[in-house]
Design a protein around this ligand. Structure first.
Ligand code: CP
Length: 294
């Protein structure tokens, strides 16, 4: 059984293997696989890109896909999480893809069901397939991540996306700086921090923006959207100070006009839609790993 809970569970060689496999799927150099497995997406929090890309990935691997929607499920009649996931497993799911607000739910679901579980985001902790899609996007542009100067900007303390990047990027030799108001900056060994975006921006190769996680308490960490934009938003004026080869990433969903101006999000430096597109082959590689074992 090969679950994926956090990137911290992946050794460097396993990350390389997933990236290589993702590239093969993207180039279709693996042919058309047929895994003969059933994959269930069980999301207890909203999602657009993660859920759809997992479902597309599973379909492209030849899997059957079932999609659980909590709002129209028997949860509304008082069914528990445990009974819900055991029901999905009893219906024949071979792999469960879980998103939940509680940290550690993927491990609990693996224990309850005996199925491999892929974490599609749990609380503030981890969103490993987002990290892997981001890594692939940066590797496509820079060839390697060693020495690449990455700025993580925004609500880092409340972000599961940021935690994955803070795990993987320094391990692979990136030079990472966290930037935001002091309330958004956790202590992180080996990673620099700054409260001035204007000071750091011109030195970055990768500008990685995060939205304020209002649903996880982020709204208490800054005065207003307007002030946030003024100090930490990647405005059109600020983007003019970027170095010529710098690129812009954002995991989505975007708050245009807050952490990023619309013209910057849609501009030529933006790799935001590449991150989304890379989510499909990366999730194909991760589902295949869960089905066939690593
Ligand atoms: N990046 C991300 O997790 O987006 P969704 O919430 O739309 O899946």
């Amino acid at each position: 059984m090969t679950s994926l809970f956090t990137t911290a569970d992946l050794a460097a060689g396993e990350i390389d293997q997933i990236i290589e496999s993702s590239r093969s799927f993207r180039n279709n150099s693996s042919g058309s696989p047929s895994l003969n497995a059933t994959v269930a997406t069980v999301f207890f929090e909203p999602s657009t890109r993660t859920r759809l890309s997992f479902e597309l990935a599973a379909a492209r691997l030849g899997c059957s896909v079932v999609s659980f929607d909590p709002t129209s499920s028997s949860l509304a009649k008082g069914e528990s999480l445990k009974d819900t996931v055991q029901t999905v497993a009893a219906l024949g799911a071979d792999v469960l893809i879980i998103r939940h607000s509680e940290v550690g739910t993927p491990e609990t679901v693996e224990r309850w069901t005996g199925c491999p579980v892929i974490n599609a985001g749990d609380g503030r902790r981890a969103h490993p397939t987002q990290t892997l899609a981001d890594l692939l996007t940066i590797l496509d542009r820079f060839g390697a991540i060693d020495g690449v100067r990455v700025g993580l900007i925004g609500d880092i303390v409340n972000s599961r996306v940021a935690r994955g990047l803070l795990d993987v990027f320094p391990r692979m030799g990136a030079d990472v700086t966290m930037i935001g108001p002091p309330t958004f900056l956790p202590e992180w060994p080996g990673v620099k921090s700054s409260t001035s975006l204007d000071d750091v921006l011109p030195s970055l190769d990768v500008v990685y923006l995060l939205r304020v996680q209002k649903e996880r308490g982020g709204k208490d960490g800054y005065p207003s959207d307007g002030e946030y934009r003024q100090r930490f938003g990647l405005t059109e004026a600020r983007a003019a100070s970027l170095n010529p080869d710098a690129v812009i990433l954002h995991p989505g969903p975007l708050n245009r006009g807050v952490e990023i101006d619309a013209s910057v999000a849609d501009g030529k430096r933006s790799l935001i839609l590449s991150q989304v597109a890379n989510g499909v082959p990366v999730r194909m590689a991760v589902i295949e790993r869960s089905v066939v074992g690593s």
